[in-house]
Design a protein around this ligand. Structure first.
Ligand SMILES: [Fe+2]
Ligand SMILES: [Fe+2]
Length: 286
C-alpha cells in the first residue's frame, strides 16, 4: 500500500500535524520524536510500523537523522516509504552516508518525498512555528585534529566538502525567521557526542566545521546520528545542546525506553513566529 501523503512545505506556511488543530497535540508546546540510523533493509517490510506509531503517538512531527537506508537502494527507500504510512504527522529528514552507498541519493530522496517526507539538504522548513535547518554534514575531525586544506587536491576536495556542508547549514539557518530553531545533521558537529567510539575513528564521525554556523545563529538543539557507539548528549562551545539520536545508541543506552528521543519546545505565538526579518542575512539577536 502506498504511504499516505503528509503535509510538507518550505518555510511558509507552517506545517500542522494531520488530524490536529494548529494547537497541536501538546497544547502549549511543540513535541518532536527524533531518531537516526534506521538502516532500513528490504527485510524491514512490515517491521517498523509499530515503532513509527509509537514514536509519533504523542509527537507533532517525526525527525530522522540520516542512514535512513542500509545501502541507499531504491528498494530500501520504498520499504521505508511504505512503513512511514503509519505516521500521521509531518516527517522531516536528512540523508546519511549509507543513503549514498549505491550512488542514488537523489532517488532515495525522491521516493521518500513521494511519501510526504521533507528531505532537507541545506534548506529550512517550519513545523508549527519551529524552524528546522538540515543537512547531512561531513567528516573531517574536531578542533585541533581537524583535517586542513593543505597538500594534495584530493585532501583539499575532502575539506571543501565539509565546508560546503557547513555553508548549507549556515544558509538554512539564515533563512529561518522564527525564534525556535532545531538543526538536523547526520554527522556530529562536536566531539562530545562521539565519545565512546574508538578515538582512531573520531575524524570520520563528524567535523567541527559544522559547529561554526551554530556559534553564529541562535539554535535550541542539534540532533545527529552516525556515531552508533557515541554519547547521548553534549554541547557546542557556546552551550547549545547536541543530541546523538543514533537508534543503536538509544537502544543500548536506554534499554528501558523506546529508541527515539522526544524533544519539546514552547509554542510561540503567531506574532512571534513571524519574527523580525534578519537584515541582510545577519544572525538575529535573541
Ligand atoms: Fe548509521
Ligand atoms: Fe552514518
Amino acid at each position: 500500500m502506498p504511504a499516505a501523503k503528509r503535509p510538507a512545505s518550505p518555510v511558509a506556511p507552517p506545517l500542522s500535524a494531520k488530524g490536529s488543530a494548529s494547537a497541536g497535540k501538546s497544547g502549549r508546546s511543540v513535541r518532536f520524536a527524533v531518531v537516526g540510523d534506521l538502516h532500513v533493509t528490504r527485510d524491514c517490510a512490515g517491521m517498523l510500523r509499530g515503532f513509527f506509531a509509537q514514536a509519533t503517538e504523542s509527537a507533532d512531527a517525526l525527525l530522522l537523522c540520516g542512514d535512513l537506508t542500509d545501502y541507499g537502494t531504491a528498494e530500501e527507500a520504498k520499504v521505508l516509504a511504505d512503513e512511514l504510512g503509519a505516521v500521521s504527522v509531518p516527517v522531516v529528514a536528512v540523508l546519511g552516508n549509507h543513503d549514498f552507498e549505491s550512488g542514488m541519493p537523489q532517488t532515495v530522496s525522491e521516493i521518500l518525498a513521494g511519501a510526504g517526507v521533507r528531505v532537507l539538504d541545506g534548506e529550512p522548513c517550519e513545523i508549527q512555528g519551529v524552524g528546522i535547518a538540515g543537512t547531512k554534514g561531513f567528516p573531517g575531525g574536531f578542533g585541533r585534529g581537524s583535517l586542513g586544506a593543505w597538500g594534495e587536491p584530493a585532501i583539499k576536495a575532502f575539506v571543501q566538502e565539509a565546508l560546503n556542508e557547513a555553508m548549507k547549514l549556515e544558509s538554512a539557518l539564515a533563512k529561518l525567521r522564527m525564534r525556535r530553531r532545531i538543526v538536523l545533521l547526520h554527522y556530529s558537529p562536536i566531539a562530545g557526542t562521539v565519545e565512546g567510539e574508538p578515538v582512531d575513528i573520531f575524524p570520520f564521525l563528524g567535523s567541527s566545521r559544522l559547529e561554526e554556523p551554530l556559534l553564529r545563529y541562535p539554535v535550541d538543539a542539534v540532533f545527529h546520528g552516525h556515531a552508533h557507539r557515541g554519547a547521548l548528549e553534549g554541547r557546542t562551545i557556546n552551550g547549545v545542546p547536541v543530541f546523538n539520536v543514533a537508534k543503536p545508541l538509544l537502544q543500548r543506552s536506554r534499554p528501558d525506553q523506546p529508541p527515539f528521543r522526544l524533544f519539546e519546545l514552547p509554542r510561540e505565538s503567531l506574532q512571534e513566529e513571524a519574527g523580525t526579518p534578519e537584515s541582510d542575512g545577519y544572525p538575529p539577536a535573541r
